[in-house]
Design a protein around this ligand. Structure first.
Ligand code: NAD
Ligand code: UDP
Length: 335
């Protein structure tokens, strides 16, 4: 069975390719390498001892996508390709709308032309907005606070409308919580450009000496220690969730939104302390002002994933810290 993975050279895509190849799927990747390197694909091939058909290409190029669907007998698409920096999306909303929304339109049209109507889409917990109370269930009302989040919400609507117009479609909208960690080989991992926006890559860059200290954004939230609480999930557990979602998508028509998280929240200081005791690397930090747009607490209700996908996470917070550190310390400059 052949799976087209858009954005397969990226952080979550590369880990998912490992799981797909290990499970025996043929993998075709389309990525324009705007936020990744081809080396990630080479390393996935090394880990799995299997090969990937790689197209360096933009999903906005619908003619090229049509040709890929013609040349390959594709059973389903896992759609990771997109821009994901919240701050940048506020500065450059049109770039985000074009890349993420027009890119997905182009993909859905190419899928339609070739009669491939099975898709797993990378959505995000950001679609729950600022007003819902955790644990977050999939039926809550959606809202967003930045253009990045809005692209995810609109794409969810686009996919639902596509299904409503043609019930042969099957789609799973995966709402990720906070993916961290890396493959246990230490050869693939998250490779952010410039100063990391997210907590774990910032922590590992402090540990490896690339940054002075972590700024902890606020310690006056209503949480157990005042710092923000999130649902961190190991990227390998997340990747395995995609295989379960793929099987579900191939076997059921319709559209389902499903949370992928652990169901447990940890604070920023929990992360700093767990990283320290797991890796023996102390993390210097200072408390600074809250980051605009941040909420106190965000974690998943995971019952729908358990029920529909028969999936739940297996790896611990210690595993996440150990594997993030193995990747960062062995690849201090990334790929
Ligand atoms: P990533 O940036 O590492 O991977 C995305 C990949 O898509 C990159 O390799 C990039 O080069 C590629 N890409 C972007 N635009 C493209 C285009 N127009 N054509 C072809 N390729 C294109 O990001 P990631 O962390 O692996 O995230 C994957 C998906 O999951 C994204 O859609 C992201 O929004 C979503 N997501 C990520 C997180 C997270 O915290 N990492 C959380 C929720 C949702
Ligand atoms: N955070 C922080 N310092 C940083 C980056 C993040 O204190 O340099 C905090 C942030 O305020 C939030 C948590 O860490 O409470 C996770 O932030 P991240 O950006 O990784 O994920 P998101 O907020 O998008 O869920």
């Amino acid at each position: 069975m052949s799976i087209l993975v858009t954005g397969g050279a990226g952080y979550i895509g590369s880990h998912t390719c490992v799981e797909l190849l290990n499970a025996g799927y043929e993998v075709i990747v389309v990525d324009n390498l705007s936020n990744s390197k081809k080396e990630a694909i080479n390393r996935v091939e090394k880990i799995t001892d299997r090969s990937i058909k790689f197209y360096e290409m933009d999903i906005l190029d619908q003619k090229a996508l049509d040709l890929i669907f013609k040349a390959n007998d594709i059973d389903a698409v896992i759609h990771f390709a997109g821009l994901k920096a919240v701050g940048e999306s506020v500065e450059k909303p049109l770039l985000y709308y074009r890349n993420n929304i027009t890119g997905t339109l182009s993909l859905l049209e190419a899928m339609s032309h070739s009669n491939c109507k099975n898709i797993v889409f990378s959505s995000s917990a950001t679609v729950y907005g600022m007003n819902n109370i955790s644990p977050l269930t999939e039926d809550l009302p959606l809202s967003t606070t930045n253009p990045y989040g809005t692209t995810k919400m609109y794409i969810e609507h686009m996919i639902r409308d596509t299904y409503h117009s043609d019930n042969n479609w099957s789609a799973t909208l995966l709402r990720y919580f906070n993916p961290i960690g890396a493959h246990e080989s230490g050869t693939i991992g998250e490779d952010p450009k410039g100063i990391p926006n997210n907590l774990m890559p910032f922590i590992t860059q402090v540990a490896v000496g690339k940054r002075d200290k972590l700024s902890v954004f606020g310690n006056d939230y209503e949480t157990h220690d005042g710092t923000g609480v999130r649902d961190y999930i190991h990227v390998v557990d997340l990747a395995k969730g995609h295989l379960k979602a793929l099987e579900y998508t191939l076997n059921n028509k319709g559209v389902e939104a499903i949370n992928l998280g652990t169901g447990t929240g940890y604070s920023v200081l929990d992360m700093v302390h767990t990283f320290h005791h797991t890796t023996k690397q102390p993390i210097s930090y200072e408390i600074t002002a809250r980051r605009p747009g941040d909420i106190a607490t965000c974690f998943a209700d995971t019952s729908k994933a358990k029920q529909l996908l028969n999936w739940e996470t297996e790896l611990t917070l210690e595993d996440m810290c150990r594997d993030s550190w193995r990747w960062q310390s062995r690849n201090p400059e990334g790929y």
